[in-house]
Design a protein around this ligand. Structure first.
Ligand code: B12
Length: 218
């Protein structure tokens, strides 16, 4: 994709998000996909980048909390709009349960994770934020997923993730876990990758590779 066009869409998307112009955001997404049909590029290069910029503006008090909320809501709306393009016709009869660490309120990244699994033919069960571990264990018994994916955005929730994984591991000795999220940019993954069958995956491209490996192995 031509870099100038990409930069222009990126810039206009952020401006439209900040001014709450949902229709413009939606049109820009269509424009982007017409040139580059990769949903993963759209997520990584446009949506994620825009929300990271929103984060900086919010942190430095250049925008209000309301503007940040609006930007997030518009982005979540866009993810929902894209859903029809995301469901793959080829189903692989596998299930992934996607969720966040207890006490975590950030759910956009993990929704993207669910979409990568869907694009690869998996059935995803997004159970959202704020799920206590006890309830998560119950869901795993009910849904019987092949993989559980957990997102961690805020670093202060790191020990919660560790505890959560230990409890889950005790209940489900064989279950495969993947973890990710921006909190790992500030940590060494201490204690987490030592737990058996837990792996850290930093972005959607590597996640896609990983899911494809699982699809090829069975
Ligand atoms: C929107 C937002 C919120 C919203 C979230 C609403 C929602 N519906 O999700 C609300 C208002 C609730 C919120 C609250 C808070 N937030 Co906030 N928030 C953001 C913001 C602006 C965008 C988040 C986002 O969607 N990013 C875009 C997604 C696509 O990126 P991502 O999550 O990193 O996901 C990507 C990868 O990490 C990966 N990934 C993510 N999860 C997983 C999981 C797996 C398994 C895999 C494989 C990959 C993967 O996939 C994605 C694509 O690559 C960020 C800024 C930022 N830098 O992101 C701050 C940010 C995350 N928030 C921050 C903070 C501090 C908070 C609060 C503590 C603020 C406060 N004082 O109350 C609270 C915490 C609440 C809580 N208990 O969790 C900090 C976190 C700092 C840190 N890392 O510790 C950030 C970075 C802002 C900042 N610069 O200070 N926030």
């Amino acid at each position: 994709m031509n870099e100038n066009i990409k930069t222009e869409i990126e810039h206009n998307f952020l401006e439209s998000l900040l001014s709450g112009n949902k229709a413009n955001c939606s049109a820009l997404v269509k424009q982007y996909l017409a040139i580059n049909p990769s949903i993963m590029d759209l997520y990584e290069e446009i949506l994620k980048k825009a929300l990271y910029s929103v984060g900086v503006l919010w942190e430095t008090n250049n925008i209000s909390v309301a503007t940040e909320h609006l930007a997030t809501a518009i982005t979540e709306g866009i993810l929902n709009e894209l859903f029809e393009q995301i469901i793959s016709n080829k189903r692989c009869n596998k299930k992934v349960l996607v969720t966040c660490v207890e006490n975590e309120a950030h759910q956009v990244g993990i929704k993207m994770v669910a979409d990568v699994f869907e694009m690869n033919g998996w059935e995803s069960f997004f159970i959202g934020t704020g799920i206590p571990t006890k309830e998560l264990i119950r869901s795993v018994h009910e849904i019987k997923p092949d993989v559980v994916a957990i997102s961690l955005s805020v670093y202060f929730n790191y020990s919660r993730l560790l505890n959560m994984l230990k409890k889950m591991r005790a209940e489900f000795p064989e279950l495969q876990f993947i973890v990710g999220g921006q909190a790992f940019q500030h940590s060494s993954q201490k204690g987490i990758t030592e737990i058996e069958n837990v792996i850290h995956i930093p972005d959607l491209y590597l996640l896609d590779k990983y899911v494809k490996t699982l699809n090829n192995n069975h």
